[in-house]
Design a protein around this ligand. Structure first.
Ligand code: NAP
Length: 254
């Protein structure tokens, strides 16, 4: 049904673990060249090795403009261009208001929101030169739709990504570059590991599909936004959460 993306080049930030690893693997299966990016080169290398010879690991911190520029240059150098950016790198440390320091707040916003802006800015020259591009941001339900005690900085960063996306979509449309966002619910990743079994039990109970999501659930949605067929979709979001945001109350779960 979908035209092949074989031979196109994707950069996936935060691809050494979790959702980013799932996205990178799915794009690799679809025949793309994949640049696997994280701060820890050894972890990125092991994901690139899982994907195969068309994948390359690259160490970059998305909070650094220089690292993002080097990441884009390395992709152009190795593959000849950049077609797809998955701006996925993100962190979610918990801190309640009163204990949250300005540095805590800045760190989360700098990584999740400024990091999205820096990665997008770095790939634009290559995408503009080919007049083709797909940018897919990993946002969240937390912030744009829901709240969670301890994650006010995180929620602000994830809602901020969507505000960034909508204006960017207008600027990029004349270049045939789309920018969209997936909004995951609770997905089983290394990043969620530390939250403990009580968290997982409570979450499963509140999700109509009664399971946490798999990274593949998000990767498939990303693949749609990256496809040729999504050419006329820009500035939009897709919630992938097993129905979690739907019930008005627990009673509404039926
Ligand atoms: P994870 O398992 O903790 O993985 C995070 C990835 O980001 C790692 O590869 C990490 O590698 C990388 N990373 C962190 N800071 C970075 C930086 N400054 N520069 C470059 N890479 C960086 O997290 P996850 O659960 O997969 O989450 C990935 C994304 O999905 C995040 O944007 C998160 O907000 C979003 N999300 C997750 C869920 C969920 O339930 N898991 C739900 C909604 C949204 P290094 O540490 O080596 O750099």
């Amino acid at each position: 049904m979908f035209k092949s993306l074989k031979g196109k080049t994707a950069i996936v930030t935060g691809a050494s673990k979790g959702i980013g690893r799932g996205i990178a693997r799915r794009l690799g299966e679809a025949g793309l060249n994949v640049m696997v990016v994280s701060r820890t080169i050894a972890d990125a290398e092991s994901v690139a090795a899982e994907i195969g010879p068309n994948a390359q690991a690259f160490a970059a911190d998305v909070t650094s403009p220089d690292d993002c520029a080097a990441m884009a240059a390395a992709a152009v150098n190795r593959y000849g261009g950049i077609d797809i950016l998955c701006a996925n790198a993100g962190i979610f440390p918990s801190a309640r208001l009163g204990e949250m320091t300005p540095a805590d707040f800045d760190h989360v916003v700098r990584t999740n929101l400024t990091g999205t802006f820096l990665a997008v800015s770095a790939v634009l020259p290559a995408m503009k030169s080919s007049r083709w591009g797909r940018i897919v941001i990993t946002s969240s339900i937390t912030g744009p739709i829901t709240g969670f005690a301890g994650w006010s900085h995180y929620g602000a960063s994830k809602a901020g990504q969507l505000g960034f996306m909508r204006s960017a979509a207008l600027e990029l449309a004349p270049w045939n570059i789309t920018i969209n966002a997936v909004m995951p619910g609770n997905i089983l990743t290394e990043g969620l590991d530390g939250l403990g079994s009580d968290y997982f039990k409570a979450m499963e109970a509140s999700i109509p599909m009664k399971r946490l999501g798999a990274v593949e659930d998000i990767a498939n949605a990303v693949l749609f936004f990256a496809s040729e067929e999504a050419a006329y979709v820009t500035g939009q979001t897709l919630v992938v959460d097993g129905g979690q945001v739907l019930p008005e109350t627990i009673a509404a779960m039926g």
